[in-house]
Design a protein around this ligand. Structure first.
Ligand code: GLY
Length: 390
């Protein structure tokens, strides 16, 4: 059973994809003066992103948007701006500025790997390899996972999170680039640990998962940003869906494909009719809780990634689903009036504080930087045969 019905959005057409991409690129162009030498905040404030220093986990998404704009237009102004960003990312990793966490892939794939792949930027390659070195330092052999946050000798931080699946392509790339299998081995091991422990029996997912620092045995799953430990944080499920697709690309185990399908079914069953989830999937049709539009774009990218890896009816179904989700985002969530927002997609939710979770509470019902990036990536995947940054 899924939430799809005759009232669900129809599939976006190729013309609509092109028009939406044109509109997004125009917004990226308008943002260049404010954000060439600065980073975008993780989320907007009153739908407007403030400029900030390059010290958040989300800083890679804005340069990723610039690279996607470059790919769409071929306009060198985007290349120059994105390469200025690369210098900031090289400085950040060389000086280890706010890099004591696992989000090296989110930071360095859309900024620096993109720069290397698209225009052969050597500093992009160098920065991304340094970031891969930093990421594998966080691998915990006891428990076989990459630790998400905090000091590695802190037993209270002995956990990984489902989001990390999207950091792993940096490691696969580093092995392919250097010929050194150590990065890939750690990525494969971490992905299998996620597969083993992060999916609940009902096919929802744990956001974070603690391991025992002495025995390496699984301990328990808890949330940080979901409504509660036993709820279904929408973006965690979205990272899980996209993460299973990427894991399947890099190691074609049937378990990844099966789990992708199961996580997707759970997600679809809890969507409202317009296919854009509430921020936690315990909230369903008719709730007054905020949405998380970024989850819809992440899932669309995961669907399009998996559609490229399989054949037949499944590939057709995944592409159709992605097109429906994007139709809804383009028609009802995309920013159409730049005087009201410098973002691309409204109604994302970064972290909503509840009495039952441990997050700070920020970026609720706002544009979020990864939501904007994945929206452009999904449109790009629909517009052309695209060589991934991930
Ligand atoms: N990876 C953190 C988040 O999705 O909010």
């Amino acid at each position: 059973m899924t939430a799809l019905s005759t009232t669900s959005p129809i599939a976006i057409t190729d013309d609509e994809v092109r028009a939406a991409l044109d509109q997004a690129v125009a917004q990226v162009r308008r943002n260049l003066p404010a954000f060439t030498y600065t980073a975008q905040n993780h989320s907007s404030v009153g739908n407007v992103y403030p400029p900030v220093a390059n010290d958040q986990w989300t800083a890679g998404f804005w340069p990723g948007e610039i690279w996607l704009a470059f790919e769409h237009t071929g306009d060198k102004v985007f290349q120059y701006a994105a390469q200025i960003q690369v210098q900031s990312f090289l400085h950040r990793i060389e000086n280890r500025i706010e890099t004591d966490h696992h989000d090296m892939g989110f930071l360095y794939s859309p900024s620096c790997i993109a720069a290397w792949k698209l225009v052969g930027d050597e500093d992009g390659r160098k920065a991304a390899l340094l970031a891969a070195d930093q990421l594998i330092e966080r691998f915990q052999p006891i428990g076989k996972f990459i630790q998400a946050w905090g000091r590695r000798d802190n037993p209270n931080e002995y956990r990984y999170i489902i989001d990390c699946l999207l950091n792993l392509p940096l490691l696969y790339w580093a092995s392919a680039e250097t010929g050194d299998e150590k990065y890939r081995d750690i990525a494969l091991t971490h992905a299998r640990t996620t597969l083993a422990h992060s999916v609940r029996p009902d096919n929802s997912t744990y956001h974070t998962f603690y391991m025992d620092p002495v025995t390496g045995e699984p301990v328990r799953g808890v949330t940080k940003q979901g409504y509660a430990d036993d709820s279904f944080w929408a973006r965690g499920q979205a990272w899980g869906i996209a993460g299973m697709a990427f894991s399947y690309r890099y190691e074609p185990l049937e378990q990844y494909r099966d789990t992708f399908e199961k996580l997707l079914s759970f997600y679809l069953e809890r969507l409202p009719a317009d296919l854009v989830p509430y921020w936690d999937l315990i909230f369903t049709e008719g709730s007054s809780e905020p949405r998380d539009s970024s989850s819809a774009s992440i899932v669309a990218c995961g669907l399009l990634e998996m559609a490229d890896l399989v054949e037949g009816d499944d590939a057709v179904r995944y592409r159709d689903l992605a097109r429906r989700m994007m139709k809804s985002l383009v028609d009802h969530y995309a920013v159409t009036d730049p005087s009201l927002s410098n973002g691309l997609v409204l109604h994302g939710t970064y972290s909503k504080k509840t009495p039952h979770n441990t997050c700070r509470g920020e970026g609720v019902d706002e544009c979020v930087s990864w939501g904007d990036y994945y929206y452009m990536e999904a449109l790009t995947r629909l517009a052309r045969s695209w060589s991934s940054y991930w």
